[in-house]
Write a protein that binds this ligand. Structure first.
Ligand SMILES: [Fe+2]
Ligand SMILES: [Zn+2]
Length: 397
């Protein structure tokens, strides 16, 4: 994708001419060919960088397109015997003379943000939002100032919505007109709506468009949506635009908190549910969705829990487990269910017209009490990619 936005480190990035180096003392790579970098901003810390990595990450205009933020370098043209002839640190700028005559320069903060070792070093200074895992007592104690729909044009207010979603898994937006258009407007401010088979903006409670349990009026136990999608939707929005009846309270459970409890109480179940394939399915006329994956899915790089996929309703016939393993499968699944269903983990509240709830479907589980009467809910989904893109844009993750 083309982009007109430029990062400051890129605009200042350039090919240094050899004549700009001479008065600065140069160093030679160590016996492994690694370059030792210790700039003023790094204190006592040292980075040892592979010449192959540095040559591939050269940000000169020949190697990298700083308009599109994409690479130009053909991986087969990357010299396998690449050697840094010499290098020097000019303040926070690392300048390298390569044996094939090429030159590169890198800003040290960029190296710290973009190497495995640099990220480990800068972790302690990380400004990113830390998640607060919660049970009912914690969430009911939160003294959050209301966020108003009419202030959402302000980037800082929008950022606060995302900050809360990253931190607590949800945010509420008040004073939203209780109409489809009102819901749509606030959703569009969050990010682009995802167009699933439910439509981009769906309405539930006026007619039975889909043969989904959620479209009936009974109790719905806490679950994640779209466990049958190859990638479950990232964020969900609920807006009750009409309520005339009894019951229908909303339920949220922090799935990451439940997982943490499970890991403490029954680590064997946690491991099993992290490593065993779980098969989910959804069928209606013209559609047949299926997905497999663990119920507790971890980030492949940092090994942190990234997603919980827990939905009792959308479980497919259990054909991915050998009959001899069935007993342990149910034992571990029940172990997770018993933690999810603990009363102290359940946050019940009434969603009333005017309040939009937005929440992370990869972290929180949602449910609903049975109701009588009329209860119309509008809502939409956002993809995980779009949610994370905005969260990264706001420097929250
Ligand atoms: Fe649902
Ligand atoms: Zn280059």
């Amino acid at each position: 994708m083309l982009s007109n936005v430029k990062h400051s480190f890129l605009t200042r990035h350039h090919l240094s001419s050899a004549s700009s180096f001479p008065h600065i003392p140069t160093s030679s790579p160590d016996t492994n060919g690694f370059l030792k970098v210790q700039s003023p901003s790094m204190g006592e810390n040292v980075l040892r960088l592979s010449p192959l990595w540095l040559r591939d990450h050269c940000r000169c205009s020949e190697c990298f397109n700083s308009t599109t933020f994409q690479r130009n370098l053909d991986i087969l043209e990357l010299p396998s015997n690449v050697e840094a002839k010499s290098y020097n640190l000019n303040g926070e700028m690392l300048e390298i003379q390569w044996s094939d005559g090429h030159q590169s320069s890198f800003e040290v903060p960029w190296l710290l943000n973009n190497t495995h070792e640099g990220k480990l070093l800068s972790q302690k200074n990380d400004q990113k939002v830390e998640k607060t895992l919660w049970d009912r007592s914690i969430v009911e104690e939160l003294k959050l100032t209301p966020i108003f729909n009419d202030e959402m044009q302000d980037e800082n207010v929008l950022k606060e919505v995302f900050r809360r979603v990253v931190k607590y898994g949800f945010a509420k937006i008040e004073r939203v007109p209780p109409t489809v258009e009102g819901t749509q407007r606030v959703c569009q401010q969050i990010t682009r709506l995802s167009n699933t088979f439910f439509g981009s903006l769906w309405e539930n409670g006026t007619h039975f468009d889909h043969k989904d349990t959620g479209y009936l009026n009974g109790f719905l136990e806490a679950h994640n949506d779209n466990t049958y999608f190859t990638e479950a939707q990232g964020l969900m929005v609920f807006h009750c635009t009409e309520f005339n009846g009894v019951g229908g309270e909303s339920l949220l459970v922090d799935g990451f908190h439940a997982a943490e409890q499970l890991n403490r109480l029954d680590p064997e179940a946690y491991q099993y549910l992290s490593n065993t394939v779980h098969h989910s399915e959804y069928i209606e006329p013209g559609e047949h969705f299926e997905a497999v994956g663990p119920i507790l899915r971890h980030d492949p790089v940092n090994r942190q829990l990234e997603q919980i996929r827990f939905n009792i309703y959308d479980r497919a016939a259990l054909s991915t487990i050998a009959q001899t393993d069935v007993e342990q499968y149910y034992r571990h699944l029940k172990s997770l269910a018993s933690v999810v269903k603990r009363k102290e983990n359940e946050y019940w509240f009434s969603l009333r017209p005017g309040t939009v709830l937005v929440f992370d479907n990869w972290r929180l589980l949602h449910g609903r009490a049975a109701y009588e009467g009329k209860r119309v809910i509008n809502g939409c989904y956002f993809t995980r990619s779009d949610f994370m893109s905005r969260a990264r844009h706001f420097k929250l993750v």
